[in-house]
Design a protein around this ligand. Structure first.
Ligand SMILES: NC(=O)c1ccc[n+]([C@@H]2O[C@H](COP(=O)([O-])OP(=O)(O)OC[C@H]3O[C@@H](n4cnc5c(N)ncnc54)[C@H](OP(=O)(O)O)[C@@H]3O)[C@@H](O)[C@H]2O)c1
Length: 226
């Protein structure tokens, strides 16, 4: 299996590289030129293509022949970074490739996610400050996901809860809407978010789904998981 990881140098990206290599996959990673050094520990085990993740020619080359593409959708930067990246992956990946994208709980596929007032305030503050400093484009991550949801490719959009570092606890559990009781703990280890992304490539039941995930050892998962 050959996989491309777009945004490989970030924290989530590096965990995904490790999980993919652990499974014996051939890995191609895309990351910003200035971040190539963050992949030093893997440089002899993978192919690294430096450049902007919304560079269409670069993505075309990176996804060529890949059975799976794992994309870290980031709201950072302006200039439609997320939507540009997503569109390039949708346009150039093999027709039957599994396309897995990461985002947060603020993305809703069907509008039926119910958010707490605290969550809505935090999102609004983060978005406003980000826009003020021209550093964050949350709306563009929404646009990226809308394009993915409308696509007829084999996509999965994995919606992460609040993240923490730590040893793996195993594959997170998931549900359709963020208010579902199993998700109440709102915490996932980043290493396990990455595990879910990599594992999703071989899960047909996740095709064209937008699972919201939570750590499998969290209180809500233990209470409501079956
Ligand atoms: N953080 C959370 O609590 C949280 C919660 C739920 C879901 N998520 C989702 O999890 C995924 C990973 O997020 P993360 O917070 O864990 O971060 P992360 O894995 O460290 O990834 C950050 C990514 O953003 C890139 N980046 C940073 N600044 C950029 C800029 N100005 N222009 C372009 N790219 C830039 C980084 O590339 P370089 O390596 O080149 O810097 C890296 O690939 C995202 O899809 C996010 O929506 C995060």
């Amino acid at each position: 299996m050959k996989v491309c990881i777009v945004g490989a140098s970030g924290k989530l990206g590096r965990y995904m590289v490790q999980h993919a290599l652990d499974r014996g996959y051939e890995v191609v990673g895309v990351c910003r030129e200035k971040s190539v050094g963050k992949l030093d520990e893997f440089k002899d085990k993978m192919t690294i293509l430096p450049g902007s993740t919304n560079d269409r020619e670069l993505i075309k080359k990176a996804v060529e022949g890949c059975d799976g593409v794992l994309t870290v959708l980031v709201p950072w930067g302006i200039q439609q970074y997320s939507s540009g990246t997503a569109q390039a992956v949708l346009d150039f990946a093999k027709q039957d490739a599994r396309l897995i994208f990461s985002c947060g709980w603020h993305i809703t596929r069907d509008g039926k996610d119910a958010y707490s007032t605290f969550f809505k305030i935090m999102l609004s503050v983060f978005g406003s400050i980000g826009r003020l400093f021209r550093a964050v484009e949350l709306d563009d991550q929404v646009e990226a996901c809308d394009r993915i949801f409308k696509s007829d490719t084999k996509w999965t959009v994995v919606r992460g809860s609040d993240l923490e570092e730590g040893e793996s606890q195993g594959l997170p559990v998931w549900s359709h809407h963020v208010q579902d009781p199993i998700l109440e703990s709102n915490k996932t280890r980043r290493i396990d978010f990455a595990l879910f992304m990599v594992d999703a490539m071989v899960k047909d039941d996740l095709i064209q789904e937008a699972p919201a995930i939570v750590g499998c050892q969290t209180p809500s998962a233990l209470k409501h998981g079956s």
